[in-house]
Design a protein around this ligand. Sequence first.
Ligand code: DC
Length: 215
Amino acid sequence: MNKIIAIDGPSGAGKSTIAQGLASRLGYEYLDTGAFYRAAALKLHQAGLAQNSRDEQIGDVLKDTRFEFTATGELYLDAVSVSTAIRTPEIGSMASIFSARKVVRNYLINIIRACAHGKDVVTEGRDTTTVIFPQAWRKFYITASTDVRIRRRFKQLRDYQIDTDLHEATTDIVDRDERDSERELAPLAKAVDAIVIDTSNMSIEEALQEILRML
Ligand code: DC
């Protein structure tokens, strides 16, 4: 049986870094589900669609889109690498808006599951533990205080060479928390069987070590 380790939690808690670190230490593939929502938002935006577009319009664009996620964590949208283009706060906020649409979720969930099929993977993103992979072998809910998450997001944006300031990082985290937690479909929530790791006072390496001990 292939093994899936699913990592859920709010923005900026350290999910990506922890998931990538775990995947490389365990020799598993890394699957970043948020990247699919970001890439879909980029494509829908490029196609001129917005929050109020009709389901059929959104579905038609998605049906014509090819998503490929490589084992090294690169995402290709219609054969073009978008790994950096999808990291801007604008795309993050569009992803959060479009991901609240059923037509988008239903479409991406199948693509994401197919990417994990038959493989050992460490996957991360909202609802990976509750909806996408409810049967995951291990589930973790990584969280941290809002202040710590804002500082981490700021650093992450800078690392991607994205020109930003603390105010923008704050809006990115706070607005997204609100939208992702309050939406009707697959809101940010802790699975009952997920182990909570609060990384506010831990380095990411310490969190990683703690998770490795629990496997
Ligand atoms: O994890 P991230 O910041 O890359 O995610 C971008 C947005 O995509 C986030 O606001 C919520 C959405 N998302 C989702 O709805 N379900 C997932 N499994 C992953 C991300």
